[in-house]
Design a protein around this ligand. Structure first.
Ligand code: SF4
Length: 224
């Protein structure tokens, strides 16, 4: 590992709150820093706080000692740090099921194929939808959902405009034929029942999801 380091905001065990792995106990590696400045960022502390430098060996050691079979590397934006791909590879080598949660502004091409990428598609209300990395959408084409290496996209909407934007994007890229797509609401901004009614009315083939950790614990808790 040659002393490679990453800047870490927090390491903790919790319940996976999102994605097709929602509900499972999971170790989280939250890396520091992100340059995106989304309007709805719910981990601002990981962006503003400097975090601590840890070697990849130290991170893998702490994750191993937590003893969860599932581990998620998240942020901040994990792909803004140079050695994140190597950490993902090392965790997969150790036999963990590894999730990578990314804001969707960086390519996941080249990430170890044993890793499950969960890629945000930021809608207009986030303020950064124009920065979505198109290569990730192209990479999904040719794949099928439901296989171990499939890609997962996540869209969190705040209003009707976001929903219509998402619906058009999914249709344009035939994304639900090639990847798992989940859709949820910005916590406190849109009643989940409203999104549910739109999805049902349109027969939209997406998995609706709520951020269940925000229902188990107070919504702004850290380390959850
Ligand atoms: S990409 Fe994620 S961490 Fe970065 S500002 Fe947006 S929500 Fe926050």
């Amino acid at each position: 590992m040659n002393g490679q380091t990453l800047r870490v905001n927090e390491l903790f065990g919790s319940i996976q709150g999102e994605s097709r792995h929602a509900g499972w106990p999971c170790a989280f590696v939250r890396l520091s820093g992100c340059s995106a400045d989304c309007r709805w960022c719910d981990t601002r502390y990981a962006v503003t706080e400097e975090g601590i430098l840890m070697t990849l060996e130290e991170i893998v050691g702490q994750v191993t000692s937590m003893d969860f079979p599932l581990v998620e590397v998240t942020g901040g934006e994990p792909l803004e740090q140079e050695h994140t791909p190597e950490l993902l590879r090392l965790l997969a080598d150790k036999g963990f099921r590894v999730l990578l949660e990314t804001g969707g502004l960086h390519q996941v091409r080249g990430i170890d194929p044993r890793v499950y990428p969960v890629i945000d598609l930021k809608p207009p209300s986030s303020g950064i939808s124009h920065r979505i990395e198109q290569d990730n959408l192209h990479l999904a084409l040719g794949r099928k959902p439901g296989r171990p290496q499939d890609m997962e996209f996540k869209i969190v909407v705040a209003d009707r405009e976001d929903y219509l934007w998402a619906k058009e994007l999914l249709a344009r890229h035939h994304l639900t034929e090639h990847a798992t797509v989940s859709m949820g609401t910005v916590f406190g901004a849109l009643p989940p029942s409203e999104l549910a009614s739109w999805i049902i009315q349109d027969r939209l083939p997406v998995r609706m999801q709520l951020q269940i950790h925000k229902y188990i614990w107070p919504p702004h808790s850290r380390g959850k």
